[in-house]
Design a protein around this ligand. Structure first.
Ligand SMILES: [Fe+2]
Length: 295
């Protein structure tokens, strides 16, 4: 049986059935999933049984995994997790939810702001593949919201599109954290994450469509006064996250969701941190990305 895809939102998001991604995939299935990523931006697979090894094997079908920022962050749960797997969890070394003032928990709260994974890296992320090992009860929240930045670009006035195409924004992981008042960075973290410039609008390689490229790592517009660039980015973000461009995924244990960071943003939503929320993510690098890559 081949894969089937049901579109869940008017402009993006495909729910995929008919494939067990824990097993090696044939080239036709890989191509069908790749085409679906380019078409839908977000793909949702239910009832999957993945360990880190199978997760990595699946991800390698779609590119080269990047090394997780966990590799230099203090407070990791386990050194047994491969460094290309991000441990997206609220659990500590004893598999208990982290405390209210836990440093790593506070560092991670910025993931509740709209962002694009790894836009702070010189080679940013292509696709993220997030797998749910344990989730809070649905009524406790913890959804992930996604915004379609190709559809948002298409809906912008032509003058704004032209302006966005000309601009570079500076992205910094430290900047996104300081917006919430977190500034307790180690010297290793400061050295590891210098700011980088990214285009504000660019062309999505898999579809040829123009897209915005935003998120809370974006600090300001290169060459503009800081307040002018910052409010411009906020205006674009508000525009791009109107309800007609946004889908909320409510997680069930065993879900794997793929999102294309080259043309979407996402954010986690509030949940009661007393419940375990335990995810693993493998993310491929966007090796085709350059700041010359105009929309
Ligand atoms: Fe993220």
């Amino acid at each position: 049986m081949g894969i089937e895809i049901r579109q869940l939102h008017s402009v993006f998001v495909g729910e995929v059935s008919g494939v067990d991604i824990s097993r090696p995939l044939d080239p036709e299935t890989v191509r069908a999933i790749d085409d679906a990523i380019n078409r839908y931006s977000i793909l949702i697979f239910h009832d999957q049984a993945l360990d880190d090894e199978r997760h990595i094997a699946f991800a390698r079908n779609f590119g080269t995994p990047e090394v997780s920022i966990n590799s230099i962050r203090p407070g990791n749960r386990s050194s047994a997790i491969p460094n290309i797997v991000s441990d997206i969890t609220n659990l500590d070394e004893n598999s208990k939810p982290r405390g209210w003032t836990d440093r790593r928990r506070l560092f991670s709260l910025a993931n509740r702001m709209w962002h694009t994974d790894s836009s702070f890296r010189p080679i940013p992320a292509a696709v993220s593949m997030l797998y749910a090992r344990d989730v809070p009860p649905k009524e406790e929240g913890g959804e992930t919201e996604f915004a379609d930045l190709r559809a948002a670009y298409d809906a912008l006035p032509a003058k704004m599109q032209a302006m966005a195409r000309e601009l570079l924004a500076e992205h910094s992981l430290l900047y996104s954290r300081t917006q919430l008042g977190f500034d307790d960075f180690s010297p290793e973290e400061v050295a590891a994450w210098p700011p980088v410039a990214q285009r504000v609008a660019r062309r999505h390689p898999g579809s040829g469509r123009a897209t915005l490229y935003l998120g809370c790592h974006a600090s300001h517009i290169v060459g503009w006064p800081i307040p002018e660039g910052r409010i411009f980015l906020r205006d674009l973000t508000e525009f791009a996250t109107q309800p007609q461009f946004v889908y909320a995924h409510s997680w069930t244990k065993g879900d794997l969701v793929i999102w294309d960071n080259r043309c979407t943003m996402h954010r986690g939503r509030h949940y009661d941190p007393a419940y375990p929320r335990d995810f693993r993510r493998v993310t491929t690098s966007d090796i085709s990305s350059t700041i010359e890559q105009a929309a």
